[in-house]
Design a protein around this ligand. Structure first.
Ligand code: CMC
Length: 435
């Protein structure tokens, strides 16, 4: 962070003008450091939704939304997706650079040692209804991990932070698969550590103790790519939640549970589920013939209907992850012979119509990664309500890397935004009989 210039803020109400330092990052917009603003002027800044606010300094992930660029630790997502696997990506996000073969082996070994869940945790699941949303189960169970792993909760100790990170990365697939198995009334599958991270997860999801599960390489690669593409995305809503929760000194398991809760919303991680529900709805209305009618509804502001899987808060050009996911989508559909499946045909037609429609073109609303990842996951046989859990599984490493970066800052402070208050001013309580 270097400072070369200053910004001057002047007021019309007689408040003296104030100078603020302007910092340059290695890339991306400069930032005006307004930390001294309240002390100097008695005024706050107002930025609901944080559209113009850099909430932290970070070295992990960089997005250029106008260019459609996503870099993890400087490496373009397009190169990571074809040259690396998910655990290498995890190592990169946590440690700052890609592992060499020995580092990779060591890291994988550490993750494998932690894939099992404390046996007593299995009892938590019995307390949930079988038809509970798996994200509800996941929020509860990940938070509950803090009650089991006391030996890694000293957040000021880097070794504890590292062990917690490894535990979370290792246990998430097991927990997500358990949430699914519970909803199906099937026995939980223990992890099998001679399989890759993605293959192991697929086996815990789709295998049963009754017969050998043989993972399909194309599907395993597709799942691994989904995990890489969702591994981090700088200061989005769930990551900011994890940082804010962590800023109070809360333990990492509790912070990640807060991130999972935030991710659940349909404007964030819930979009791929919402997208599939939307496709089903169009299908029920009559399929491809009804796309025009649906798109008309989406364009009508009063309908409050959005085309799910389209648009992004940051990417105002094509989401680079969507390009890679689109490629994977076609690979998976070919492998499974699903190109003519009515729902997939509908999705492809919707994509084509929206990409040509003026409403979407003018607003730069392109398909985002979730449009395709929902289709891929459905083709793999993932139930729709599991999609956001898989996003949470993938994003856990990003959350924990961002959390760790924040905790390691020497002058880290508890997050405490301010407000523009427009409610009632001071007034007196009347006795109940006079109200
Ligand atoms: N369908 C129809 N219209 C849309 C959509 C959409 N999906 N997204 C934005 N618009 C319109 C919006 O109505 C507005 O129009 P106007 O200028 O006429 O008022 C304009 O485009 C700008 O919208 P905005 O709400 O200011 O855009 P935003 O950047 O705040 O919203 C978004 C981003 C992702 C919340 C929104 O595009 C959306 O709701 N998309 C659907 C949900 C979705 O797919 N979310 C997943 C995001 S990717 C996963 C992740 O990274 O978490």
């Amino acid at each position: 962070m270097t400072t070369q210039q200053k910004a001057t803020l002047s007021f019309e109400d007689g408040t003296p003008s104030v100078d603020f330092p302007v910092y340059k990052g290695t890339v991306g917009p400069d930032v005006v450091d307004i930390r001294k603003m309240y002390g100097a002027t008695g005024k706050f800044t107002f930025d609901p939704g944080f559209l113009s606010t850099a909430s932290c300094e970070s070295k992990i992930t960089y997005i250029d939304g106008d260019k459609g660029e996503l870099l993890y630790r400087g490496y373009p997502i397009e190169q990571l997706a074809v040259n690396c696997d998910y655990l290498e990506t995890c190592y990169l996000l946590l440690n700052g650079d890609l592992p060499n073969p020995a580092q990779k082996k060591d890291f994988e070994g550490r993750v494998l040692k932690h894939t099992m869940i404390h046996e007593q945790m299995t009892r938590f699941f019995q307390g949930f209804r079988r038809d509970a949303h798996p994200m509800a189960v996941l929020v509860g169970c990940v938070g509950a991990l803090s009650a089991f792993y006391h030996d890694s909760l000293d957040i000021q100790n880097p070794e504890h932070r590292f062990v917690s990170a490894i535990r979370l990365i290792a246990k998430m697939p097991t927990l997500v698969a358990m949430a699914y198995k519970y909803s199906q009334g099937q026995p939980f599958m223990y992890p099998q550590n001679n399989l890759s991270y993605a293959a192991n997860f697929m086996r815990m999801m789709f295998g049963t103790p009754c017969e050998e599960y043989v993972p399909n390489d194309v599907l395993v690669r597709a799942l691994d790519r989904i995990l890489i593409l969702h591994a981090d995305h700088e200061q989005n809503a769930s990551t900011s939640t994890v940082r804010l929760a962590g800023s109070s000194g809360a333990n990492p398991f509790a912070c990640i549970a807060a991130g999972i809760a935030t991710l659940w919303g349909p404007a964030h991680g819930g979009a791929n589920e919402a997208c599939l529900l939307m496709l089903n709805e169009i299908q029920e209305r009559g399929g491809v013939e009804k796309i025009g009618e649906f798109v008309k509804e989406v364009k009508d502001k009063n309908s409050h209907t959005r085309l799910m899987g389209f648009g992004h808060r940051v990417y105002k050009n094509y989401d680079p992850r969507a390009k890679l996911m689109r490629e994977t989508c076609h690979e998976v559909l070919n492998e499974l012979g699903l190109h003519n499946d009515p729902l997939f045909a509908l999705a492809m037609k919707l994509e084509q119509i929206a990409l040509e429609d003026d409403y979407f073109v003018q607003r730069k609303l392109y398909p985002n990664v979730d449009f395709y990842s929902g289709i891929v996951q459905r083709a793999m046989g993932m139930p729709t309500e599991m999609f956001t859990c898989i996003f949470a599984l993938a994003r856990t490493v990003g959350w924990i890397a961002q959390w760790g970066e924040m905790i390691s800052e020497p002058d880290q402070k508890i997050g405490r935004p301010r407000q523009l208050f427009t409610g009632a001013t001071r007034r007196d309580v009347k006795p109940i009989g006079n109200r």
